[in-house]
Design a protein around this ligand. Sequence first.
Ligand code: MTE
Length: 306
Amino acid sequence: MLIRNAPDLTENEVTHHGLYLRRREFLGATAGLGLTGLAGATSAASLTYAKGFSTTEKATSKEDVTSYNNFYEFGVDKGDPAQNAGRLKTRPWTVRIDGECEAPRTVDIDSLIKGAKLEERIYRMRCVEGWSMVIPWVGFPLKDLIASVKPTSKAKYVAFETLVRPSEMSGQAWNTLDWPYREGLRIDEATHPLTLMAVGLYGDALPNQNGAPLRLVVPWKYGFKGGKSIVRITLTDKQPATAWNRLAPREYGFYSNVNPAVDHPRWSQATERRIGEFRRRETLPFNGYGEYVADLYRGMDLKKNF
Ligand code: MTE
């Protein structure tokens, strides 16, 4: 597929900015990039920024991105995750990648980060509830991880499973959702260059409330597609069940592409409130990423496949 820059995307194709990663979790990763000077947990290293995919829109403040969250494993109010997620232990952590592939594997999160081509991607995020943010993620394309397990021709979908650990996830005492939180993508969506596995935020390690240590980011879909604290990624031949769709199938579809023309049964999706702004703004089809992704849905009825 031809990828061109949208007007709001940066032109600095290979500019090296100083992206500073201070946390222990990133030491292995930056070593993998061949960067030097990493003597301890407080060392800093610079990374290469993403090529062209980042928006130049003003990023939402770090304060808002890390304190206004949806992560029902830690409670249903926006402030609950920041308050309660500190108890989650994100090391050791392994991710199982299996299913319809020739080389299934279980990988330690630090080896995964170390071997990944990390980039910063500044993406819009539109929540199905009608608010949005602009978030500077650090991560790697999911397609790289999928390629590493050698998918078979039966790999038509990708299923994501996130952590179940009620002892550290206080919200899992309630059946708000049928734990684990599950999400899914079609294989062409999962291997699209925009689809990111995030391991960092604002140049630092991913805070627990944002989905540490590994979280899916699909910027043209509603935010709930981005499962947090992922432990398993399975290639399948059938469309996987997803948490919100199972709970309320009339309200939350499998595709959940951002679409101002298809209202949620209980509210309009035409506009959104950008966190930090006063006036509502218009919601864009595919959250403004249409020129990259609209082709994936050619010929599909997006009202039916909401
Ligand atoms: N992932 C898990 N495991 N549990 C959740 O409750 N909430 C989703 C998504 N991923 C959720 C999740 C929803 S509804 C949104 S809008 C985004 O995470 C919010 O991401 P943020 O809190 O980092 O902004």
